[in-house]
Structure formats: C-alpha cells, structure tokens
Design a binder for this molecule. Structure first.
Ligand code: PLP
Length: 399
C-alpha cells in the first residue's frame, strides 16, 4: 500500500509524446542519427550578454529571495517593453514576473476561476492548456478552428460554446501548434465577444517575436481600454531569448488580478530565480538579441515550407508565426508502409522515426488529428536532410 494519489493528480495526462521521446533516446543511444523536429525550444545557446549578466549577478551576491513578483527593475523593464511594442501603459504593480510562462498561466487561471468555471479554448492548442485549466479547477471547453478559417476562432464558434459558466477565453497568437497569427480585426471580434459576455481574456503571447514576412503581432490588450482591463497578457523569455532552461516568464494585467496572482505565487513558488531575473533585465536592454534568433528562424521557415511543398498525400497551412508547421498527413492515413497499416498520425510518426530517423509530434494531443507538428528549431542543413528523409518515407507508402 503506497500513498493514495488524489483524483486531481490522477486526472493529469502525462505527456502523450513520452513514448516517442523514449524511442528517440533509444535510437540515439544505438548511435543512430535522429533529426528531432519535435522540440519546442530554440536550439541556439542563450546570447552571451544575457549569460554575462547572470554571472555578474552571481558574483555580486544577488542570491537571496527577491520580491515574489520580481525585482522592481525587471517589472519596470517589462512594462517599458510592453509600452514600446504595443503602446500599452502598465505600472510595475500591474506586472508580475514568474518562473516561466507556465507559472504565470497557472497563477492567472487560479486567480480567475472558481470550481466549475469554463474557459473557451480555441483548438488546435498547446497541450498544457487543458491540464492547466483543470488543475485550477476549471473546465476547458474546446472551440474548434479549421484550416479554412486560418485556425482563428470567430464569434459564431465562440458563441456556440458559451454557457452561463463561461468565465474566460484563452487565446494564443502566434499559435502553437498551427503557426496562426490573429490579425487586428480577428482580435477585435474576440474582444467584442468578451465585452458582451463579460469574460476575461488570457492572452498567451510567448511567440510574439516570431512573426514572418511582414506579419505583425498585435496584442489584444492594445485594442481598447475595455480590452486592456479584461486581459491578462502572459509572456516570457524562453523562446525569444533562447532561455527555456532559465524559467523566466511574466504576466501583465489589471492591478487587482496581478496582486491575487502575486499572493498565490508567494505560497506556490516564491520569487522566480534571482539570477534569471538579472539575466532577463539584460535581455530586455538589447532587442537585437531576439532579432538575431528570429532571423535564423525566418530562414529556416522558408526552407522548410519550400521543401514540404508537393509531398504526395500531405498539405500544410502556411504558418505566419511561432516555429512550427502543422503538416496534414490525413491523405496517408489508412495506407500502409512496408506492409504496416498507418492507422493514425501516431503510427505515421512512429514509422517515420523508426525507418527514417525523423522525429515529429503527432497532432492528437494538440486536438489536431490527422496532422503532425514539425518544429523548425533545427539548422537549415538538418531541415534539408529531414525533407529528404520524409520524401523517401512517403515514397514508400502504398495503398
Ligand atoms: C504556447 C506556449 N505557452 C507557454 C509555453 C511555456 O513557456 P515557459 O517556458 O515560459 O514556461 C510554451 C512552451 O512550449 C508554449 O508553447
């Protein structure tokens, strides 16, 4: 008899990609060359100036507890950045630093939801959202979007899922996994819907720097005073500054809500890592660092999209942001590879890994059946090789 696990924790799904990750590790241990297009993080190192700031902070003994919501200089720098990029005026007291965007999301959901409250969640979506909502005692309500509408929800689709318990809408633009970037008109529609039904808007903008070919990232909070007052922006340093391991994120929103999140965080986690906060401060001081990272991704995106063009049985929605392509492989499902049935996208991903050493994430956990997510957080040379292998794999699919 061990310790009984709570219903809440037993209900949390472990990552659906664990089996594939184990297969990747096994193949690499056998010395096989696996190209991973599964990663949700930039492959490059954190820029030197950011690392130097952390080293300096360490040497200066900045190793004690800080204010739970973050050092004042960083809260101010985040407020300044939001002002510079979106014309949004936040006071430092309306900004909270967190241990990654994830920590800000769980704090925000906990501060907004009472048990049983529903959150409208456009899908396909990042697989952690439904779990985070449930962990905060809320109920995720998927609002399906399709490639036909550019994976953006409209009023009709939101309205169809609205009930008396709907409390918030959670949006993510640029989007993981679709790469969709909501434009101003689309965001205005969402903001108007939220105003009509008095909903909070939780806006995860972690991929804000990753937009391509002249597309702009618009923050929903910047649309009007009403939109600002009902929105919590969640963002972080993980993607834009190649800082996934540092665990540094933030939220910006109405003062009362940020204070509630601060109270929650003070017990649940305490302050984010002090050295990471000084590193984050250095990151915000030089926007060229993020630009360098994004420029590399822009070139990779171009290369990958050109390579994916015209592979039989597949198609894709051209992503405008983030660093993923959702490849629709439904045209290959039901066929066979060397006598093995491709029953679904999971089998497709397993066979591709097994026979060609390319790892992709099946779309099921993102509520995108019939697709696989390809991350282009790999070099252009590896992208070329991955395309070659993918074509070789598909050319042997029959039926
Ligand atoms: C949409 C989205 N939000 C948030 C996160 C988590 O970011 P962080 O590393 O800051 O916790 C991720 C990470 O993959 C993500 O894809």
């Amino acid at each position: 008899m061990g310790i009984r696990i709570s219903d809440k924790c037993r209900g949390i799904s472990p990552s659906a990609t664990l089996r594939l990750n184990a297969l990747v590790a096994e193949k690499r241990a056998q010395g096989q060359d696996v190209i991973s297009m599964a990663a949700g993080e930039p492959d490059m190192d954190t820029p030197e100036a950011i690392k130097a700031a952390a080293i300096r902070a360490l040497e200066e003994g900045k190793t004690k507890y800080t204010a739970t919501a973050g050092i004042p200089a960083l809260r101010q720098a985040i407020a300044d950045a939001l002002n510079k990029h979106h014309g949004l005026a936040y006071a430092p007291s309306e900004v909270m630093v967190s241990s990654g965007a994830k920590q800000a999301l769980i704090g925000c959901l906990t501060a907004v939801l009472n048990p049983g409250d529903e959150v409208l969640l456009p899908s396909p979506c990042w697989l952690s959202y439904p779990e985070l909502i449930r962990m905060a005692d809320g109920v995720p309500v998927l609002v399906e979007t399709t490639v036909g509408t550019g994976y953006v929800p409209d009023t009709k689709s939101l309205q169809a899922k609205l009930t008396g318990k709907t409390r918030a809408v959670l949006i993510n633009s640029p989007n993981n996994p679709t790469g969709a970037v909501y434009n101003r008109a689309e965001l205005e529609e969402i903001a108007a819907f939220a105003k009509t039904h008095d909903l909070a808007i939780i806006s995860d903008e972690i991929y804000d720097a990753f937009v391509y070919e002249g597309v702009c990232h618009v923050s929903v909070a910047s649309l009007s005073e009403d939109a600002k007052n009902r929105t919590v922006i969640v963002n972080g340093f993980s993607k834009s500054f190649a800082m996934t391991g540092w665990r540094l994120g933030y939220a910006a929103g109405p003062k009362g809500l940020i204070a509630a999140m601060d109270a929650y965080q003070s017990h649940a986690a305490g302050n984010p890592n002090s050295l990471a906060q000084y590193a984050g401060l250095a990151a915000l001081e030089d926007s060229h660092m993020a630009q360098g990272i994004v420029a590399a991704f822009a070139a990779r995106r171009k290369r990958l999209l050109a390579g994916l063009e015209g592979i039989p049985g597949t198609r894709f929605f051209p992503p405008q942001g983030a660093f993923y392509v959702l490849l629709d492989v439904s045209g290959l499902i039901g066929k066979s590879y060397q006598g093995q049935d491709i029953a679904d996208e999971m089998v497709f991903a397993e066979l591709l890994l097994e026979h060609q050493g390319v790892s992709v994430v099946p779309g099921g956990p993102f509520f995108a059946p019939g697709t696989c997510r390809l991350s282009y957080a790999v070099s252009e040379a590896r992208i070329d090789e991955a395309i070659r292998r993918l074509k070789a794999f598909v050319s042997q699919i029959a039926g």
